[in-house]
Design a protein. Sequence first.
Length: 129
Amino acid sequence: MGGFAGGEINSSERNFSTNETILSGDIGVTDKDTDNSFHVVVPLDGSVLDGFIIEDGNATENYSDDRGKGAGLWAEKVGFEIRNCEFRNNWALQGGGAVWLSEVNATFSNCIFSFNQTGGTGSAGAIWS
């Protein structure tokens, strides 16, 4: 769960709009996208992600594997829930700029997708499923 300021006693007191909690793929040199993570989030079966901003994933590779898919979130053969999240500024060469799903049972509620893109060999700037 994201959205905590630090003084809350209960999770119901958090405010994910005011207290941004960012999961970023920008792990190397700041603002240099060539050293960013291929996937920012890879959910486990039964997981819940609530109140986060997922940004700056850079799935740039065009290999026979999945390094070019799902820059913000990549998932295969799992079930999970995403609530109150924003996917922004993610880029995938082969598809699913923000999210790439294969054989999953996923629920997205109250999520925002902005400035996500895919390259010339892919499709679905927001979600590929």
